[in-house]
Write a protein that binds this ligand. Sequence first.
Ligand SMILES: Cc1cc2nc3c(=O)[nH]c(=O)nc-3n(C[C@H](O)[C@H](O)[C@H](O)COP(=O)(O)OP(=O)(O)OC[C@H]3O[C@@H](n4cnc5c(N)ncnc54)[C@H](O)[C@@H]3O)c2cc1C
Length: 479
Amino acid sequence: MSKKIKIGIIGAGSAGFFAGFQLGKQGGEDIEITMFEQGPEVSKRDCPIHDGLACLHCYPCRIMSGVGGAGTFSSGILNLHKNIGGDLEDLCSQAGLDVDKIINQIDQVFVDNGAPEKVFDPFSLGEDLEKLQYKCAINDIRFVPIKQRLLGSQNTPRVIQSMVKQLREKYKITIQSNTQVMDFDKKKTVYFAGKKTSENFDFLIVSPGRWGMDWLTQVCEKRRIKTFHEPLDIGVRVEVPALVMEPICSIQRDPKFHIITPTYSDFIRTFCSNHRGYVVKETYGKEQIAGVNGHQLSTDGKSENSNFAFLIRQSLTRPLEDTTKYGMSISLQTSILGGYKPLVQTLGDLRKGRRSRPALIRRNPVVPTLKNTTPGDISMAYPYRFVTDIIEGLDILDKIMPGVSNNSTLIYAPEFKRSAKRIDTNFDLESKSAPDIFFAGDGAGLSRGIIGAAVTGIIAANGILKKIGKKTNFIPNLN
Ligand SMILES: Cc1cc2nc3c(=O)[nH]c(=O)nc-3n(C[C@H](O)[C@H](O)[C@H](O)COP(=O)(O)OP(=O)(O)OC[C@H]3O[C@@H](n4cnc5c(N)ncnc54)[C@H](O)[C@@H]3O)c2cc1C
């Protein structure tokens, strides 16, 4: 019997899973796949300390880390669009894939594993969509209508469990949970914490997600694997009465609006909307920065509010190209001002340049869903340019979402989406400086979402399949 080709996958998130599906299907008997995951199995990921929050109370954080990856305890919004969650259109066309087809196939894998059949499809709404598009067009707003499937936080772990069963039983992939990879080198040797010290592979796919992005940066620096900085995404979380977002969310569950702000010509966008959802605290960095995120407990959440991230995208050039360092310094400053709690302020106070007082927040018409905050003044921490962008952006958005720039609108900060450093790869996502090591997902700066990570996992898997002379043309039909 000839020796099997050994493939190691680091990280059992969306990217690792879909790399596994593709390799398992197309690689056949000739390959042996092992997936390493530092966190626990899906059933062991419940955390007694935090409830739906990403935090550092437990290590590794069970929201961000564990079999299934960061998406396992998310609202599970599958954005079925080629320009959302990464430059999927470019990545696919460079790799010779039909982006729409791949996205549909990934979606089908979720459905085959128990995702709800219902899709929120704005294109089926005809006149309502056209009216919204028209309003956006005349108000300088770009609206990106997207087909979305909402798994719902309560369903997502069940869907992930079903995928794990498929990977293990049908494709014979070994998934080693609670196994942290400490290091890997250009010879494809992987080093572990604990008793088992190292293992050699013929190919690696490295997909450690956001939880592993700092670790990956360190390994790349040590191993001289070339990376570069991605633009910064920083802004605030905006909370309004659910009724304000209702007309838009009835057309699009997670609406994506893109605006260019008048004063600075900066790009600002809505992201991660949680209609009838909750603002949550997210702790990150060794300084334990208290940031914010959004969460939707179920498909018919009970909250009377809705929230969304309002993010400015900023590239930096010399002398400071490190966008993460800059974003972290703003976040840290905000966190220090808030006594290591997120800052909350009414938009009215932000406009007037004065601190929101606890008494004002208590009698504010919009009641905050996140209680553990410090009422304060975001403009004491954020650059003037970003505060201007936020105010101008909300004023423009108000033309299509009346009420969003009311004085009582709540603004939470910091909301900082740290970008991973992007690995310098070829079109198959193989490192240009480390042959046979492929990268995928959010941790390698290649995607920003469940579907995007899955797409990059398939591209990386295809890169390996091409090298070993296997077919690459389709991902699994699980039925
Ligand atoms: C609260 C929350 C809500 C979200 N909601 C949505 C949503 O609704 N829709 C959407 O599209 N996206 C959402 N996202 C983002 C989405 O979860 C990610 O984009 C996606 O999971 C990225 O997939 P990935 O495979 O790149 O990484 P991940 O899913 O993060 O998986 C990477 C895995 O690698 C493991 N790992 C890291 N380092 C090591 C190491 N050294 N050794 C072994 N294992 C390691 C980690 O533990 C992790 O489990 C949400 C994220 C969060 C945190």
